[in-house]
Design a protein around this ligand. Structure first.
Ligand code: UDP
Length: 370
């Protein structure tokens, strides 16, 4: 049988596209190299603990776009989790993203909101348009805060000097002159009540999925299986690295079951100092306060940043990468029978809601001409 679409990769882009295609009476087959659905959003229930573990790190759903929110709510209900992150620097705990609480605790001051801008002005040593992440951070918060909370973490996370990184990475993080300490400001936020995997199970209802299958092991065979391909894997691999390897960062997790009701008191604790080898510790039970609290056990995951070409997570986006990606993008445009989507195929640091919105838009254009 020749399918209408072969979807390569079972994360959000591939699954949303497949769901929309099936809803429009198209035939779809999904192949996925991992042994599970859901891509990096995959969650599972840990042993007998009642704890839902996010296998690839804490995934907090947040968006302001009503269409995306309505769409995802077709497949799950969400709890009311408002994400808060803390960071440990030289043994003391501060609130992230940097807000008035962080600033007053760090400097031992008692500034009010209307004094923050003037205070930070005295800390800024970079003028003009920031050329890299370090300059961007210093122009936002000044050098002392940058050195305490950004430099070490960023060096660990990206494996290079922040001066080599694009300013755009840090613009993900706001700086606040109030005590508002929620990580996101979006209108809609939460964690799916049953974790993420059931979302994918419901989306993919009635769609054949072949797990543990790598497209590249038998590329020519797979290419004949469908009229069109939706490819969500790494873009450089699709084109056989003809322009070279893009830089990707990955993370690995050390999971531990601990005999403790509460290990760290928060779902994510960042570690800002360079001499702490991990970047953060996740304690997923804090993402589901609506569940019965396990008083005897918790699960923690230490996150280490690394390079792992088999499992790319984050596009690094050095300027050489941008140039290389543009050349790959040109090849993408020349291939109308393939739809490229998601973080890996677009080499872009998307969040989940952006991937979902992108897949809905792409499916609309493709399936209904919308
Ligand atoms: N960052 C930092 N210190 C922190 C948290 C974040 O320097 O405590 C910087 C770091 O460069 C990171 C970027 O901000 O890569 C984006 O952080 P975010 O929490 O959005 O990363 P994600 O959760 O997507 O890994």
């Amino acid at each position: 049988m020749v399918y209408d679409y072969l979807v390569v990769g079972c994360g959000f882009f591939g699954s949303v596209f497949a769901q929309q295609a099936r809803e429009n009476n198209k035939s779809v087959l999904i192949i996925e190299s991992r042994p599970h659905i859901g891509g990096n959003c995959y969650t599972y229930e840990y042993e007998d603990t009642g704890i839902s573990v996010h296998a690839y790190g804490s995934h907090i759903f947040h968006c302001s776009d009503e269409d995306t929110w309505k769409y995802i709510n077709r497949f799950t209900e969400f709890n009311r989790h408002q994400h808060r992150v803390l960071t440990t620097h030289r043994g003391k705990v501060y609130s992230m993203p940097i807000n008035l609480g962080t600033i007053n605790a760090f400097f031992g001051t008692d500034l009010r909101p209307d004094q923050v801008a003037g205070f930070l002005e005295t800390q800024r040593t970079v003028n003009g348009k920031p050329a890299n992440l370090e300059e961007q951070a210093i122009s936002l918060i000044g050098r002392p805060l940058y050195e305490a909370f950004i430099r070490g973490y960023t060096k660990k996370q990206w494996g290079c000097d922040p001066r080599e990184l694009p300013a755009s990475i840090i613009t993900r993080l706001p700086v606040r002159d109030s005590y508002h300490d929620a990580y996101f400001n979006d209108r809609y936020q939460g964690i799916p009540l049953g974790g993420y995997t059931p979302i994918f199970e419901r989306m993919l209802d009635g769609i054949p999925v072949e797990l543990g299958v790598d497209f590249f092991d038998d590329r020519q065979v797979w290419e004949k299986k469908a009229r069109k391909i939706v490819y969500t894997g790494p873009i450089d691999r699709y084109f056989d690295y003809c322009y070279g390897h893009l830089n990707w960062r990955s993370v690995r997790f050390e999971l531990e079951r601990v005999q403790s009701s509460d290990y760290q008191g928060v779902s994510v604790m960042n570690y800002a100092d360079e001499d702490t080898p991990f970047t953060r510790i996740h304690e997923p039970k804090h993402l589901h306060l609506e569940r019965p609290w396990n008083r005897k056990a918790s699960v923690i995951m230490r996150e280490y940043s690394c390079i792992d070409p088999e499992h790319p997570y984050y596009p690094v986006n050095f300027s050489s990468d941008r140039e290389m990606y543009e050349k790959y993008a040109e090849l993408q445009r020349e291939r109308p029978s393939v739809i490229f989507g998601g973080r890996l195929a677009r080499y872009k640091y998307y969040d989940m809601h952006q991937v979902i919105a992108g897949a809905l838009a792409e499916a609309g254009r493709e399936l209904t001409g919308a």
